[in-house]
Design a protein around this ligand. Structure first.
Ligand code: FES
Length: 374
């Protein structure tokens, strides 16, 4: 169970601006229903002043997605577009008094929707801005640029952090190695950027560059060396534990997906069973076999032939009723059973259709075999 702040709950239960904005001239669509979250942000921007006069959203997602979208619209209404674009996902989370780490991706989705709406307002394509960025996580369709931006803005250091903020890596786990590489490279670039800007500050204030007079590294004492080695081992163990945790999470996600698929199949099978049972119940009120149907004699002949054929395998079929479109039969013996019933019925149907020369539906009136025999 996630620990939500009161403000998140308030924006979830009473979302602000969950509406279609009349006359919106900036619309940003991000996320995908397939991936579980999707958001449409609509803005009405005054073209003269570029002030956001109205904002609204529609979202498909969890409570945090609704709360983040609601908060974002409240934050940006009345702001100039260029100021609104300075809002980060962290600002959205802060506005809500924080989001659970696993839900930070909802605030990122809000910030991306704002970028997409701004691109739409300027006649640009938000997607084309990412067109050159390689896809990293196929499960959630997350590209490298998204991941790098999340790392930089939120100082992310682990794959789990990246999953929390972008969803990348949250399913099959095959992209974890790539995400680790991106984290390492981005953190290195950030450290270099920081060093370069510190260097710039120093030279501006006239201080001697540290790089110009490199300090001779001091030899470590025995105790310091042991401590450094122990720290390195702890770090390695923590990383290993993190990997194990991530693999377990990926396995759980796969198992849940498998269970969901199985439930879906069972539900479809149950519906099919009910449909067949409903078809059968139709026959109860339809009276006796209709011998006036023009092809009745052909049907009787086919059924008699089938009886002989099925008896060889321990099965049997009885003709129950014939109408101008349907033939009702009752299968018994070895013909009954999930697979066998359908196969035998289609065989009988084929034989009857060949004999009468047109389409006829064949329905089994026997009670369907149980889905899961005892
Ligand atoms: S490819 Fe990223 S979780 Fe599957």
């Amino acid at each position: 169970m996630w620990d939500y702040s009161e403000k998140v709950k308030d924006h979830f239960f009473h979302p602000r601006n969950a509406k279609i904005v009349e006359g919106a001239n900036a619309v940003g669509d991000v996320g995908s229903i397939v991936c579980g979250d999707a958001l449409r942000l609509m803005l009405k921007i005054n073209p003269e002043t570029e002030v956001i006069e109205d904002a609204g959203f529609q979202t498909f997602g969890c409570g945090s997605a609704i709360a983040s979208s609601s908060a974002l619209t409240e934050m940006i209404k009345g702001m100039k577009l260029e100021d609104a674009l300075k809002i980060t996902n962290k600002d959205i989370a802060d506005y809500l008094d924080g989001l659970p780490p696993e839900k930070m991706h909802c605030s990122v989705m809000g910030r991306e929707a704002l970028d997409a709406a701004a691109a739409n307002y300027r006649g640009e394509s938000y997607e084309s801005a990412h067109a050159d960025s390689p896809l990293v996580c196929k499960c959630f369709g997350v590209d490298e640029a998204h991941i790098v931006r999340a790392i930089r803005e939120n100082h992310l250091t682990t794959v789990q952090d990246v999953t929390n903020y972008t969803k990348a890596g949250g399913a099959c786990g095959s992209c974890h190695e790539k995400i680790e590489e991106i984290i390492e490279r981005t953190l290195r670039e950030m450290a270099n950027d920081e060093a370069a800007s510190a260097e710039k500050d120093r030279s501006r204030t006239g201080e001697a560059s540290e790089k110009a007079v490199p300090e001779t590294p001091r030899e470590l004492s025995a105790a310091e060396r042991i401590k450094a080695e122990a720290d390195a081992e702890i770090r390695a163990l923590e990383e290993q534990m993190q990997r194990v945790r991530e693999e377990a999470q990926a396995k759980i996600a796969r198992a849940q997906e498998e269970a969901r698929r199985r439930d879906e199949q069972l539900r479809a099978a149950k519906e099919e069973e009910l449909r067949k049972a409903a078809e059968v119940s139709e026959t109860a009120d339809e009276g006796p076999v209709n011998e006036n149907v023009p092809f009745y004699a052909e049907v009787v002949r086919v059924i008699n032939d089938m009886k002989v054929a099925l008896a060889q395998d321990g099965g049997s079929v009885e003709l129950k009723k014939v109408t101008s479109e349907k033939v009702y039969v009752e299968l018994s013996g070895s013909c009954v059973g999930c697979m066998m019933t359908d196969m035998t019925l289609s065989w009988i149907q084929q034989q009857i259709m060949e004999a009468v020369g047109h389409y006829v539906q064949v329905i089994n009136t026997a009670a369907p075999a149980p889905l899961f025999p005892e």
